[in-house]
Design a protein around this ligand. Sequence first.
Ligand code: GCW
Length: 688
Amino acid sequence: MNQYDSCWLRYERVPDGRLDSYRRRCRHAYIAEKAPELSAVRDELRRALPDLLGSDPHLWQHPPTTADGFLAIGTPDDMAMIAESVPTDVVDDLADGGYLLKSVTWNGQDCLVVTASTDRGLVYGTFHLLRLLNTHEPVDDLDVREEPAYENRLLNQWDTPFHRSVERGYGGESIFDWERLPDLRPRYEDYARLLASVGVNGIVFNNVNTTKPERASANAAFDAFEGWQLLESHRLEAFTSLASVFRRYGIRPYLSVNFAAPMLVGDLDTADPLDEEVQAWWREKADEIYELVPDFGGFLVKADSEGQPGPYDYGRDHVDGANAIARALEPHGGRVWWRAFVYGTHEDRAVQAYDTFEPLDGDFDDNVTVQIKNGPIDFQPREPVSTLFGAMPETDLGLELQITQEYTGQGVHATYHLPMWEEIFDFDTHADGPGSPVHSLFRDDGEGVVGVGSVGEDHSWTGTYLAQANLYAFGRVAWDPEASAEAVTEEWVRQTFGGDEEVVDTVTRILHDSWEACIDYETGGLGLMHMMHNGEEYLENHYYPSPEEWPGYHGATEEGIGVDRTSTGSGYAGQYRDPVAERYESVEDCPEELLLFFHHLPWTHELADGTTVVQRLYDNCFAGVEETKRLRDEWQSLEGEIDERRFRHVAERFEEQVAQAERWRDVLTDYFYDYSSVADEQGRVGDD
Ligand code: GCW
């Protein structure tokens, strides 16, 4: 038995109806020789084709002469046969990573061509083709042209080296064993394959928290942050070795660094970004890394945030800090990803990132990307989009999404993030007038989309098997944010659970309905935030409903609930462009699902359909639980239809999810009742 699941790269035998055509075009493969990426392509075909087609592939170094057809993979420059079969100008125009898949007839043979302008594109094209085979799609008349929407599609691992914990990770300990590196584990390559198969092209191997913060933390994992040590010279060999695995799959390696590295790793007595010795230290460190890892992507920095050191320690600002480090990387083509996750000085944390960063627009160097979480708070089940999107036209921006389910049920709940991400991407910021959805941003070179990773050592990788869908969907949405969510999900289900239509429909439905259910039982669904608490006594690193933690976040009083973030309150709504700002300022126009994020309203305030605020909160909490039970039952209906191991595992988690959702509902509704003294119309909440 494998020690871990193969996720969506399962490669099961295709049905007979497709077999002949697949065999004719794919059993013989002619692949360009040169790049490391092409050796990865060859390995993948050797892995996939025997299982899919029931026979070993023949790999050729020239066009096969003895076959009726073949698969050709290479750039037009590599292979004359490809240059003769596809329009080379179209290939030349493809962005890095883009590719063509084309069914052609060449010398009387039925061929399939996978071609691209870069070797990375050949990897993606190959995985695309394998996905078609895996989902039993026809390939006799293929004419696919694909290009990534964003230049950068990065994974951020919040893995703590050596200690091997994963902050906000629920799939077991970190897969990265720095103690044993440079020795490599097969799992590294399998992770690289999973990422490349969905188009991820960069990975930051270590957590953004690189030192233990000053403040005491409820999270035991905080006690072992040593990430800054990765920059020590004697550890770079380990990094180099890991990088070599991911490079074969077109994935550039990055590191999170500590702003005070010149003091921690070096022996300077300051990390002041304007100090020349500090600047020289960063330059030397960058030179040293690039000597070993020429395709090094750059540094990710969490500075002046949650106790991490930063430029403020020296009376400097984020521009000074980011640029000093960026200049060291610039000669090598590297980039600084500088996080905008700052809070703590404003009473309403929502206002702070914009307040801090927007005035700095235009001052960051060209190789700095400001990395911004999707919402102004912190990966809550639902948030409005960050006001910074579209607000810094002179600065490269990155969108940070959370793949791991920190606030959406962790390793237990089936909560699928793609519908949330779709809502975010489709949101019209009006940054360039009407029709400026979030997905139209982040398109410049140096911009992109970042996902906080979710994998660990568990057999499932992600704590629960269904959460693999979030990793898959992240890659697909970062590649094409306008793709149909249903299509992406269905594609994942087919590859993961096979092509039985009932299974496909059921799992697709479960995933798509899961997010709203989670919002309802965890928050009441009107835009309240942080109705949870990081409680280690319950389960280490686990959130559960805990009213003691809430008041600061949602403003409940005896009269009403919600936070006034309009012009009469914190003013956050005014950070959006009109008409978005106007919409959020107005109680009538503000969308109901964000109402209490922007407004403090009486408990008995009537919503559009006449229901009161408090009643809607009750109703949503109950509806969320009922919906979760329905999803659990849907899953139960799959017994016998999918393998026992995954069926049972997810079924058990669904039972736990229902119990936790009930607990959440009860704590929340009691709390609403305690403050409002308004009983539930249906008698479910109130004094017995
Ligand atoms: O949401 C908070 C998390 C921290 C995380 C921080 C961040 C990596 O609870 O675990 O630290 O955000 O994004 O920096």
